[in-house]
Design a protein around this ligand. Sequence first.
Ligand code: GNR
Ligand code: NI
Length: 175
Amino acid sequence: MALREIIILPDKQLRLVSRPVEKVTAEIRKLANDMFETMYEAPGIGLAAIQVAQPLRLITMDIAKKNEDGETTPKPRVFINPEILSSSEEMSVYEEGCLSIPEYYEEVERPAKVRFRFTDLDGKVHEEDAEGLFATCIQHEIDHLNGVLFVDYLSKLKRDRVLKKFAKAAKRAAE
Ligand code: GNR
Ligand code: NI
């Protein structure tokens, strides 16, 4: 396994629409393994391939559940070519963050529940229901595959403020 660099704003690659994974090859498995290592190290609960500069419809996620002793057991999951099939009318609000927009957090309202379809690393297709943080996270990650970032849901004032801040930081770093 290997750590990969997470790209951050204002990197334009974050706005790319990623292409479907046609076949689960050794290269795709390696990418998924590297994404887990990168995601755990960050640390984050989800990662889209474009965040490591690979424009492919591949997501890693681990929303570990705490047991009654307060211990967490890892639950690594890979979602290939995920598609939202339906979304609830009920909405929920979560404070979101993004590894590509470091140290910025804001509340975002999204459908509280979604049903989605995805392919696993064995090439098998599944349908699954998500709610709570899982629903928020899968929507956040699928947005990445379409070049959408959580700041796109904020007011123009807030979005422009954060985009400007990262553009400035990049300029300073380049000097
Ligand atoms: O680590 C992450 N935490 C998080 C918290 C609330 C809603 C979404 C997320 S995903 C984020 C990692 C990331 O940037 N994934 O694309
Ligand atoms: Ni993100």
